[in-house]
Design a binder for this molecule. Structure first.
Ligand code: ADP
Ligand code: MG
Length: 301
């Protein structure tokens, strides 16, 4: 009811969270290496590369798999060390990357310190995202924020398309918590919407944590206050409408019940009230308040 800032995670929340390979820049076997490197990851990027590769993975060739949240993967394929991940991760290893001009999330691939190339994957914006964001403004949301670990080009592109006010990109999972905490400390009531892949801590830290129920992890559902069972971001404004209406009914009932009781009290003190008025002031008022409260079950489309 009092939320004025809504913070969204990008992948899986505003976007479908199912990527598609749009470009492969490198030698013929790059897709195969990408698929082997990502084969033990559950990340949506990993799944998209495996889907594109579409062939059986020989698990015996893979060892020492390590996933670095918000960055990428380190793994051994046929005994050689591979690093797969975003620009900041690969550059952090002291390796120069090639940046493709296509807008998309880039998975750079490195073998034993040698740059091999990259695979570009892209995500789709959910059908209801744009409308959902637009509705929020009607319910008093002053600021919509998007947080993502993705590169800034992709983040800015999506934010522009869906009408998000503020964007913070290239964040590690812990940076997301810090960012949300900074916003909370400014005093505004804040809601965070995420799928819980790397963001369960933020979900529990926000005043109202909203999780994606279908795509989201169990940890997310556990940490959240509200769960959207169909992952539809347009349902956030519906939740706000329910909250606003419910609170209005609660206030109506309190004012109504106290007013009637006060009147009956005065009448009683003056000797005008009888037993039936007393029963009405108690049980009658209660029944009317309950009937009024059932209005919360009905919400206009
Ligand atoms: P988001 O903030 O969009 O939910 P994540 O925090 O999961 O994204 O990841 C941030 C970035 O880290 C991704 O955009 C990607 O560049 C990189 N990354 C994370 N996991 C992987 C992976 N398994 N393979 C390749 N890149 C990854
Ligand atoms: Mg995520």
């Amino acid at each position: 009811n009092n939320v004025s800032i809504i913070v969204f995670d990008k992948t899986g929340t505003l976007t479908e969270g199912s990527f598609e390979v749009v470009e492969i820049n490198g030698a013929d076997d790059l897709l195969m290496l990408g698929a082997y490197g990502e084969s033990m990851s559950n990340h949506p990027i990993a799944k998209s590369i495996l889907r594109k590769y579409g062939q059986e993975i020989d698990q015996k060739r893979i060892s020492d798999f390590k996933e670095i949240a918000g960055k990428g993967i380190e793994v051994k394929i046929d005994g050689k060390v591979y690093n797969l991940g975003n620009k900041s991760y690969i550059e952090g290893l002291g390796i120069t990357v090639n940046n493709p001009s296509t807008v998309g999330t880039v998975v750079h691939i490195v073998c034993q310190g040698k740059y091999l190339g990259n695979i570009v994957v892209a995500d789709k914006i959910k059908e209801t995202t744009i409308e959902g964001i637009k509705h929020l403004k009607k319910y008093g949301i002053k600021n919509t924020v998007m947080l993502t670990g993705d590169r800034s080009e992709v983040a800015e592109d999506i934010a522009k398309k869906i009408g998000i006010d503020t964007v913070y990109s290239e964040l590690l999972p812990q940076d997301k918590v810090i960012q949300v905490e900074t916003l909370i400390n400014q005093g505004a009531k804040l809601s965070f919407v995420g799928d819980g892949i790397n963001d369960a801590p933020v979900l529990s830290r926000a005043d109202i944590g909203i999780a994606m129920g279908a795509l989201g992890s169990d940890a997310a559902i556990e940490a959240a206050d509200v769960v959207l069972m169909d992952d539809d971001p347009a349902k956030i404004s519906l939740a706000m409408r329910i909250a606003i209406k419910t609170l209005r009914i609660v206030k109506e009932n309190i004012v109504f019940a106290l007013a009637i009781k006060l009147v009956c009290l005065v009448l009683g003190a003056l000797g005008i009230a009888n037993m039936w008025i007393a029963i009405f002031a108690d049980v009658g008022v209660m029944v009317i308040a309950v009937v009024n409260a059932t209005r919360a079950l009905r919400l206009k489309k």
